[in-house]
Design a protein around this ligand. Structure first.
Ligand code: NOJ
Length: 521
């Protein structure tokens, strides 16, 4: 079954869309195994429509041994049984489309699972075989080849090379279960095109492209000048031979040629690079439609940092055809409630941050649970499942804390997430007030704030002009007349002129500290 939307009002629907990130394992379980799935997502689509999102990004749901929770893909053109099957995916697509929600999915081109047929064939075929040429196999260094081919570290910790029994080594920028493909091999590129067309023909509206700055490696695989202090996913600069190499742009041009044959579809790249200039190179007219700008995800809660994040991100795209693309949280980083201090303080700031994010020109990504004000959860060692925890020799706890299942209803774990008794990551006590059900009827809740912001946002358009603001505050105006004031000054500040549309905290004549307000000028 395929699914099509009525001709979109604009093929550029995505330029100011609000995308909702569905971390499929943690969004909603349609059964009782404690793992989220496509049936659970389908059942909750009406609630996402009520929230007012325009599109979904669904994290990988393809067959996978789950060494990296789905980012180790064993078959890019099928559905992992834990999450459902292709027929269930088609139903999700059709029902989302019927609700006016577009559906984008993850594309994981840089690597496969070590259980993909290609990789098992490569291991069996031996050194020098055509099967090995699809991956990055090399002989080791030293008299008996016992040293890895170069000094590259894996982004998850430890070396980026693993030795196989016949003595060769293969490259994996992430876990050993995620061997990197060699994109100079024509079959690898052709396979990516087949995957794109497979899902586009089914009716998906676009792709979030994983490690979109990966794929091409520096010719000759020279050593990297590695800074051991640099953390997970942080960019290692343009001299890093593992990432952001010129050859990657040819791959994006191929992807774009395919996408252009499906009008109204789009791509958003996960591009971690060292500067706004490097980011802009991915956004040329024949490459990605858009790329996450992670500056809001990494900015400190200070007026200087936030203003620079916004201004630099807008500058980055100004000379490209792409809109800006704003992210406060995702499945790889501590949630912003926690980043901003946690507890009441974190929630208060997160509410203000939401009004900042959703007022900015361009695309916005809401990570499942942002709309509830979900915090990270400290998990005991034995509950941790992220490969980062083991790969780092138990020095980095990894990303489980930001991937806790979403609380839907009730007063005890599993809060309506599953009909079973347990969840794949444990849910804490004390979340009765955080559930979607508890928040839905409360006009003061984070959920109500998001719903109202998404509703009002539909009337907001045009560019951003900075306005004069009291010390410690940011103020700007959108062309359509929305005025936004964010107060981080440490004290209440007077409200600007205009009719208050929405505020993250109670306002009278003043806007309190750590709060934001939307006004109609
Ligand atoms: C980025 C994804 O967001 C992350 O979750 C994953 O572990 C790596 N890419 C590897 O695919």
């Amino acid at each position: 079954m395929t699914s099509t939307l009525p001709a979109p009002a604009s093929p550029d629907w995505w330029r100011d869309a609000v995308f909702y990130q569905v971390y499929i394992r943690s969004f909603a379980d349609g059964g009782d195994d404690g793992v989220g799935d496509l049936a659970g997502l389908r059942a909750r689509l009406p609630e996402l429509a009520r929230l007012g999102v325009d599109a979904l990004w669904i994290n990988p749901f393809f067959p996978s041994p789950m060494a990296d929770h789905g980012y180790d893909v064993a078959d890019p053109r099928d559905v992992e049984p834990v999450f459902g099957d292709l027929a269930e995916f088609d139903r999700v697509l059709a029902e989302a489309h019927a609700l006016g929600i577009r559906v984008t999915i993850d594309l994981v081109p840089n690597h496969t699972s070590d259980q993909r047929d290609w990789f098992t064939a490569a291991l069996a075929a031996g050194p020098g075989s055509p099967e090995r040429a699809r991956y990055v196999f090399r002989d080791g260094q030293g008299p008996d080849g016992a040293q890895p081919p170069n000094n590259w570290p894996s982004i998850f910790g430890g070396p980026a090379w693993t030795r196989v029994p016949d003595g060769q080594w293969y490259l994996h920028l992430f876990a050993p279960e995620q061997p990197d493909l060699d994109f100079t091999h024509p079959e690898v590129l052709a396979d990516l095109e087949e995957t794109l067309r497979f899902w586009l023909d089914r009716g998906v509206d676009g792709f979030r492209i994983d490690v979109a700055h990966g794929m091409a490696k520096a010719p000759g695989l020279p050593d990297v000048a590695f800074d051991a202090e640099t953390g997970l996913f942080d960019d290692h600069g343009p001299d890093d031979p593992r990432l952001d190499q010129d050859g990657v742009h040819d791959i994006h041009r191929m992807v774009r040629r395919v996408m252009d044959a499906y009008p109204g579809t789009m791509t958003v790249g996960e591009v971690w690079v060292s500067s706004e200039e490097r980011l802009a190179r991915y956004l040329r007219a024949d490459e990605l439609h858009s790329a996450f700008n992670f500056r809001l995800l990494t900015a400190d809660w200070t007026p200087e940092d936030l203003r620079a994040a916004v201004a630099d991100s807008l500058d980055a795209v100004a000379a490209t055809p792409a809109p800006a693309c704003w992210v406060l949280s995702n499945h790889d980083r501590p949630r912003h409630v926690t980043r901003y201090g946690g507890g009441e303080l974190g929630t208060r700031r997160a509410r203000a941050a939401a009004l900042l994010q959703l007022a900015l020109p361009g695309m916005a990504f809401v990570y499942n649970g942002d709309e509830l004000g979900m915090p990270d959860v400290d998990l005991p060692d034995e509950a941790l499942t992220d490969p980062v925890w083991t790969r780092s020799g138990h020095t980095e706890r990894g990303r489980d804390a930001c991937r806790i299942p979403v609380p839907w209803s009730g007063s005890e774990p599993p809060y309506g997430f599953t009909t079973g008794a347990t969840t794949w990551l444990p849910m804490p006590e004390g979340w009765a007030g955080l559930t979607a059900q508890a928040q839905a009827g409360d006009p003061g809740s984070v959920l109500s704030l998001y719903r109202e912001a998404l509703r009002l946002r539909r009337g907001v358009s045009g560019g951003l002009t900075w306005l004069p603001a009291p010390e410690g505050c940011l103020a700007f105006r959108r062309d359509s007349g929305l005025v936004v004031l964010l107060n981080l000054s440490g004290a209440p500040v007077p409200l600007p002129e205009g009719r208050v549309l929405l505020a993250s905290a109670d306002v009278a004549d003043d806007l309190p500290h750590d709060a934001a307000v939307w006004l109609q000028a």
